[in-house]
Design a binder for this molecule. Structure first.
Ligand SMILES: [Zn+2]
Ligand SMILES: [Zn+2]
Ligand SMILES: [Zn+2]
Length: 311
């Protein structure tokens, strides 16, 4: 019996040693909803009523955790109003193998879903010490010049690391993060997307962008060059927000994106995962006709809790 167990253990160790992917970084998607979450405050329509009868339909605001098993560090992309539950989600998905706090936080821009979670690092909450926040220059200025955010930096709960567009930040063990500018309603800050690269694997994260044609780059080429692309899927189609001018809050409608990406090969379409879904977006309902349509056309919808391994 002892012999058998020993052989089994030896085999097991050998399998782990041979498995080169064992230390590959991965991301966990911590939320897929637009800034205001799902359900949205004040909404009494069917879209949000659905969550009243089925709590499992609730979705948190778009955010990612990037983890490095080699160093047991992790980084947060966007600090959302749902951060408390999202730190918990990451912890449960990784069986508490990582520290509670990330090694750094990367911010895309100054809209409420993307930075207000920073308040939980202050004195009233976790009271962290010198936790690095990576932000572009206007975003940086917005935080250090306006209360209550300025206090987080003054008393050193957070420490600012300046990002520059198209300039990579080297995280541990060969993971690089590169911000790139995207057109968006930049009232308080510029807006960036991120490219996260490890060896040949590249993940693109663009939660907010006005329209693909305003992007100074060829998004189709960017998808081709990437392994996974998490792209703005805020609204499914024009007219979705009854009584509101949708040109005031431009996003590529998913219907437009499907046309934009229709010429891509099947393998490239599969890389696209729509994220940052507004409460009105039928893609939040897996039983909806549009959800089936997207899948049939070869695209994907990001899922909360989903793990993407960089291999
Ligand atoms: Zn947003
Ligand atoms: Zn709603
Ligand atoms: Zn935004």
């Amino acid at each position: 019996m002892f012999k058998l167990v020993s052989i089994f253990l030896l085999l097991n160790v050998a399998v782990i040693a041979q498995d080169k992917t064992y230390n590959d970084p991965f991301i966990i998607i911590l939320g897929i909803a637009q800034d205001a979450g799902y359900p949205q405050a004040g909404c009494e329509k069917d879209c949000c009523k659905r969550v009243l009868t089925d709590a499992s339909a609730k979705r948190m605001v778009t955010s990612l955790a990037l983890a490095d098993p080699a160093t047991h560090q992790w980084w947060l992309f966007d600090a959302t109003p749902d951060i408390t539950a999202q730190l918990q989600l990451f912890r449960s998905k990784t069986n508490a193998a990582y520290p509670i706090l990330p090694a750094g936080i990367f911010l895309t821009h100054g809209h409420i879903g993307h930075y207000t979670g920073l308040m939980y690092f202050g004195r009233e909450a976790m009271n962290t010490r010198s936790l690095p926040v990576y932000a572009m220059s206007r975003m940086n200025g917005f935080l250090v010049q306006n209360g209550p955010w300025d206090q987080l930096f003054e008393i050193n709960n957070l420490s600012m690391r300046r990002l520059r567009a198209d300039s990579s930040v080297n995280l541990s063990t060969g993971i690089t993060v590169t911000p790139f500018l995207v057109p968006h309603r930049d009232e308080y800050s510029e807006t960036v997307g991120f490219s996260i690269q490890y060896q040949q694997f590249k993940l693109i994260y663009i939660p907010d962008i006005d329209k693909w044609k305003k992007f100074g780059r060829d998004i189709n080429l960017l998808v081709k060059e990437s392994s996974v692309a998490l792209l703005d899927g805020t609204f499914f189609k024009d007219g979705e927000l009854a009584g509101r001018a949708m040109n005031e809050i431009p996003h590529p409608f998913v219907e437009e994106s499907m046309l934009q990406f229709s010429t891509l090969a099947e393998a490239d379409k599969k890389k696209i995962h729509f994220i940052h879904l507004n409460h009105t977006n039928p893609l939040l309902d897996k039983k909806s006709v549009p959800f089936a349509e997207i899948k049939k056309k070869g695209f994907n919808i990001a899922e909360q809790g989903e793990k993407v391994v960089f291999r």
